[in-house]
Write a protein that binds this ligand. Structure first.
Ligand SMILES: [Zn+2]
Length: 283
């Protein structure tokens, strides 16, 4: 079995954040990177116990600089993304399952520790087909495009809640901490988190058949409310539909193409370059 893991840096137990006025600032980056890597390794141990043969970890936070490869479990490989011509996901239909570690809640969730949606300085709200969505949901939809089930999400309580809301038919979750406000939190002890991650990853993969990717609708509408009008001006110049002074919309029938436009690709270019095609019938 081939497993994909995508990581973020705000969700592990022990990441310490503050606001820089609007957005997030991690004030203990070396420790945050260490606790994330240890959570990844605990998850990898569980996956191996359940029969995983290949595990690719995508360092998904910011500039892909959160995981020290020298400390990564020897059975795992590490993917990093940089430059201009990058794929918007390391996923394809060859994976059996995907996992999100270190996840955080979408922008504006009161108890979501370091909550934000991609850019903590520019995105006020994001909706997919009318439903509020953040990074957890977007990653679930990316995987669904390739018919890959999301089997496990870890992060604070609010992140776990968000994962269950997006996958009401079932996803395993491991809470790493209990958020009180955006920068106030009670972290679980890492040893307890690691033990739970190990056991939950193993159980989830052993019961892989219980987890299903979301059913894809025929069309996608991604609506983004920016934090100020000048940010919406940039989107309008790129060709996005302007709904009001703060809000833009991207539409399409192919989710990865719609999502690539969020990352600055012109329509169709990303999928042509990386050979991405919608294939709903591989499983
Ligand atoms: Zn994030």
């Amino acid at each position: 079995m081939k497993i994909h893991i995508v990581t973020d840096l705000e969700g592990p137990s022990g990441t310490n954040g503050r606001s820089d006025g609007i957005g997030n600032k991690t004030i203990n980056i070396p420790i945050a990177c260490q606790v994330l890597t240890e959570e990844v390794n605990a998850c990898v141990e569980g996956l191996l116990a359940a029969g995983a043969e290949r595990i690719i970890v995508w360092d998904g936070h910011g500039g892909s600089n959160s995981i020290d490869i020298t400390k990564l479990h020897p059975a795992a490989e590490l993917g990093t993304i940089g430059g201009e011509l990058y794929p918007v996901t390391f996923l394809d239909a060859s994976y059996d399952a995907t996992i999100q570690l270190g996840a955080h809640a979408l922008q504006g969730v009161a108890d979501g520790y370091m909550n934000h949606t991609y850019s903590s300085h520019s995105v006020a709200n994001m909706w997919l087909n009318g439903e509020p969505i953040g990074e957890i949901g977007i990653n679930i939809w990316k995987a669904a495009y390739f018919r890959v089930p999301t089997i496990l999400v870890s992060g604070d309580d609010a992140a776990c809640r968000e994962a269950h809301a997006c996958l009401p038919d079932g996803v395993a979750t491991v809470s790493t901490k209990h958020g009180i406000a955006r920068y106030t939190v009670i972290n679980r002890n890492p040893a307890a988190v690691h033990a739970e991650l190990r056991a939950t990853a193993e159980r989830a993969l052993r019961n892989l058949a219980d987890y299903k990717p979301k059913t894809l609708p025929d069309a996608f509408e991604l609506t983004i409310q920016l934090m100020c009008p000048n940010l919406a001006d940039i989107w309008e110049k790129r060709g996005a539909e302007r709904l009001d002074h703060m809000t833009i919309r991207i539409r399409g029938t192919d989710f990865i193409d719609v999502w690539s436009q969020y990352s600055g690709w012109a329509p169709g270019v990303h999928n042509r370059k990386f050979g991405v095609t919608p294939d709903r019938n591989r499983r």
